[in-house]
Unconditional design. Structure first.
Length: 332
């Protein structure tokens, strides 16, 4: 079973776990899903034949014989930890930072953990030292590589008037204003996809219509896998064009814009509109290979299988031993 707090919107955590459900199903696993809040993504899962359980189904979940519970968010860890701890291995996934939902709880229910980046791992261990004592895996974000034609969009930058896709649920007013003004002057075209007015699934076919993509997070991966230039810009910061030189360091921050912040909006506008400053085709091909190696969904499923399947009983035995030791030390 996979669980996350919300499947209401087309946002990072729901879409990340939607990808995992699809990947595990293709690999032959029987997947159920638990969430506290239904919505657009839960409807997509149910439409694809997944069993989706909600809070009203909580009592009957105890009768299910899951081999592994893989969950995100403190709410799911508390609810499902109380039900399955010491019976079923529980793997806590950390895909965010800095919020009550993303942070660990002190119940000690998890027998292993995955982290979306080294930075998130460091932060979560600082919040709960017990996380340093359980088996862990760095499992970065993914893009669904099924149906992606490798490097289909690789090409030289357009000579003028670029057509940009801006994918963001937190569109920066300064960026929107500048692109709107540039569009009115005939210097570019752009389309915003995201909350609140244009929340749609981001697919390879959608991105292929654009010369470059302005975004952060998971959409970076799909765009780069297609061979599209990616400009990292959102509420967390502005890093500029993703290239071979900044790839590894930006990856440590989940391509979130946190690597550095360009505060000169004249420079941002120039970098976006002056296509001579865009990454060349050779750079795009190199990035495509790195992204495929590190972030393809099919590879991530294989990695998670290797982490959990052979060791699920070992994880549970180790967890029980740790809990027994903890209880003894607490009593003493």
């Amino acid at each position: 079973m996979i669980a996350t707090d919300s499947l209401a919107n087309l946002a990072g955590a729901p879409l990340h776990t939607l990808d995992l459900c699809r990947g595990f199903k293709r690999a032959g696993h029987d997947i159920s899903y638990f969430t506290l809040r239904k919505g657009m993504v839960s409807e997509m899962l149910e439409g694809e034949g997944f069993t989706v359980c909600y809070l009203q189904d909580y009592r009957r979940l105890g009768d299910e014989s899951f081999d592994l519970v893989y969950l995100y968010h403190a709410t799911c860890e508390a609810l499902l930890g109380l039900m399955f701890a010491e019976r079923v291995p529980i793997v806590r996934g950390y895909i965010g930072r800095g919020s009550t939902l993303a942070n660990p709880i002190n119940g000690g229910f998890a027998s292993a953990a995955t982290y979306i980046s080294e930075g998130v791992r460091e932060l979560m261990i600082g919040l709960n030292r017990r996380n340093a004592e359980i088996p862990a895996l760095i499992a970065p974000n993914v893009y669904d590589d099924e149906g992606v034609i490798r490097g289909e969009g690789v090409g030289e930058p357009p000579p003028s008037t670029p057509n940009l896709a801006v994918v963001s649920n937190h569109l920066i007013a300064e960026l929107a204003d500048r692109l709107e003004a540039a569009s009115e002057r005939g210097l570019c075209r752009f389309t915003h996809f995201g909350h609140p007015d244009s929340s749609v699934p981001i697919t390879p076919g959608l991105l292929m219509a654009y010369d470059a993509v302005n975004t952060i997070g998971r959409t970076v991966l799909l765009a780069a896998a297609l061979g599209k230039p990616v400009y990292l810009c959102d509420i967390h910061g502005v890093e500029g064009w993703l290239d071979r030189d900044n790839y590894a360091e930006s990856q440590l921050h989940s391509f979130s814009g946190r690597l550095r912040t360009i505060e000169d909006w004249d420079l941002v506008e120039q970098q976006l509109l002056d296509t001579s400053q865009w990454p060349a085709a050779a750079d795009l091909r190199s990035l495509r290979g790195l992204i495929e190696q590190d972030h393809a969904l099919s590879r991530r499923v294989e990695q998670l299988e290797a982490f959990s399947r052979p060791s699920s009983k070992r994880l549970l035995r180790r967890y029980r031993l740790q809990m027994a030791t903890w209880r003894c030390s607490t009593r003493s």
